[in-house]
Design a protein around this ligand. Structure first.
Ligand code: NAP
Ligand code: MG
Length: 494
């Protein structure tokens, strides 16, 4: 933005340029290999399937590496390696010893934080300031936190006879927080004494593979963690494998339901962390400017690729006009573009397929009659991009009010009374998270108790901590991750 300012008499007008200079993060310290194998039994091996796929940078569409696509026989080898490591080593390793490995992994993650942050941004499209300040530090925090539990399991569940690990855990994770989801899954499983086969998402395998190198650097015994890359079929083969004792899945509700059907009657333990359509509720006594920041963070953080995103704004009618006006002005200041630029707020959409899905749902919102606003901004020519978007005049029946868009798209609805807000907030098949903005503690407690959501944030949004259990109700899944509850999902407490 260049502003013309009035010249003093006799002098030429000065132009003030308020735009940010480019501030790109360096990438030369990140060594991306041309081709990646599978981590099985402590070794990087070529896939028996013989096939590889390409992984790209969604901000440039440039190919970053070729990655092994694990077939059924590869998955079988990985599960067998995990079983052997469980029987021979890990189940005989004391909690105190397991803790040492977890601490070591956490410390190496911190040492190599910059490398992880840059690679996460290159492979997934999220702004470097998020991967640097959120994803990587939180991933390390999960290992630190669970290291603390590893030798205290007997005290974590008073009354339960000596907690025992389940055995081999199959873990399938999504592309929105590739490293962080790997940490959420691995840390409690290992602390509790299980071994693991991990399947990263097809579009974002690189930080999980780098984490595999870190596990070797930390000298984790071979086979305790195995990593099989591939697409949906690899995940399907893994969860269906008879050698698996526990399945932990994060991703779409559709795939979660399919996994539940596959596992029915198998005796395998299952936790599902699925989609969401969170209500972010702003009452008339809320601090409006603070709420605007929370709304922005709630929906535009990580391009809205967040299962707990505040994708439905419920605002009390008396302040709706004021709030939406301020929101639009704030949206216009968001910087969209190169995710590696330290000033970027909104990065690239993770994949062409996800961009298509966002575009389709936004078109449905316009066809239904909602009013759309997008601030003007220049988008790069290559790569996958979507402008921060807000819909007003949204009815509850519209698809944009019902379905998870998983993109930077906010739907605004209004309400008159807190009861109506609760009713509208709960009127969804999902129940993962919610936000409440108000000046009064009593209102927070009242609403939080009536919202059917696993997490309710008050006067903040998208806050995560390894000590705090996270998970859903209804079609958002079941089971909790984080805290003591998350640990219980990897233990036999009967
Ligand atoms: P997805 O297919 O559910 O992906 C999640 C993980 O499951 C990926 O590793 C995926 O592999 C794997 N997978 C796919 N089909 C499988 C199967 N039949 N059995 C076992 N594993 C399987 O999600 P998506 O297609 O990437 O995204 C679709 C929608 O899901 C998004 O638009 C969003 O609404 C929702 N989503 C939610 C979350 C969340 O955090 N709750 C995360 C991601 C997506 P591939 O990577 O090869 O597909
Ligand atoms: Mg998929």
């Amino acid at each position: 933005m260049a502003d013309e300012i009035t010249a003093a008499p006799g002098r030429a007008p000065a132009r003030l340029d308020w735009s940010y200079a480019p501030a790109p993060e360096a990438t030369d310290h990140v060594k991306v290999r041309e081709s990646y194998g599978l981590l099985i039994g402590g070794k990087w091996v070529a896939p028996l399937s013989g096939s590889h796929f390409k992984t790209i940078n969604p901000a440039t569409e440039e190919v970053l590496a070729s990655v092994a696509e694990a077939g059924e026989e590869d998955v079988d080898a990985a599960v067998k390696a995990a079983r052997a490591a469980y029987t021979k080593t890990w189940s005989k390793t004391s909690g105190a010893e397991r803790a040492k490995y977890l601490y070591r992994i956490a410390r190496v993650l911190q040492e190599r934080a910059r490398e992880f942050a840059v690679l996460e941004t290159m492979n997934g499209g999220k702004p470097i300031k998020e991967s640097r300040d959120v994803d990587v530090p939180l991933a390390a925090a999960h290992f630190f936190y669970h290291a603390g539990w590893a030798d205290k399991l007997d005290y974590a569940f008073p009354g339960a006879p000596g907690p025992r690990p389940l055995g081999v855990a199959a873990q399938v994770i999504p592309w929105n927080f590739p490293l962080l989801m790997a940490a959420w899954k691995l840390a409690p499983a290992l602390a509790a004494g299980n071994t693991v086969v991990l399947k990263p998402a097809e579009t974002t395998p690189l930080t999980a593979l780098l984490l595999g190198e870190v596990l070797q650097q930390a000298e984790l015994p071979p086979g305790v963690v195995n990593i099989v890359t591939g697409a949906g079929q690899t995940g399907a083969a893994l969860v269906a494998h008879p050698g698996v004792d526990k399945v932990a899945f994060t991703g779409s509700t559709e795939v979660g339901k399919a996994i539940q059907r596959t596992l029915a009657g198998s005796g395998k333990r299952l936790t599902l962390e699925l989609g969401g359509k969170a209500a972010n509720i702003v009452l008339d006594d809320a601090p409006v400017d603070q709420a605007v920041e929370g709304i922005i963070n709630g929906i535009y953080f990580n391009q809205g690729h967040v299962c707990c995103a505040g994708s439905r704004l419920l605002v009390q009618e008396s302040i709706a006009e004021l709030l939406v006006g301020k929101l639009k002005r704030r949206m216009a200041t968001l910087r969209v573009g190169d995710p590696l630029d330290k000033n970027t707020d909104v990065g690239a959409i993770n994949s062409r397929a996800q961009l298509d899905r966002i575009e389709e749902l936004v078109a449905s919102g316009e066809a239904d009659g909602a009013e759309v606003y997008q601030p003007p901004c220049d988008l790069p020519e290559r790569g996958f991009w979507f402008r921060p978007t807000v819909f007003t005049g949204v009815a509850q029946s519209y698809r944009i009010a019902q379905e998870e868009i998983f993109g930077p798209v906010l739907s605004v609805l209004t309400f008159r009374t807190p009861d109506e807000a609760v009713e509208k907030a709960n009127n969804t098949p999902y129940g993962l998270s919610a936000g409440v903005w108000t000046d009064k503690g009593s209102r927070i407690l009242d609403l939080a108790g009536r919202l059917r959501a696993g997490v309710v944030w008050a006067n903040t949004f998208n806050r995560f901590d390894p000590t705090s259990p996270f998970g859903g109700y209804k079609e958002s899944g079941f089971g909790r991750e984080g805290g003591r509850h998350g640990l219980a999902a990897y233990l036999d407490l009967t």
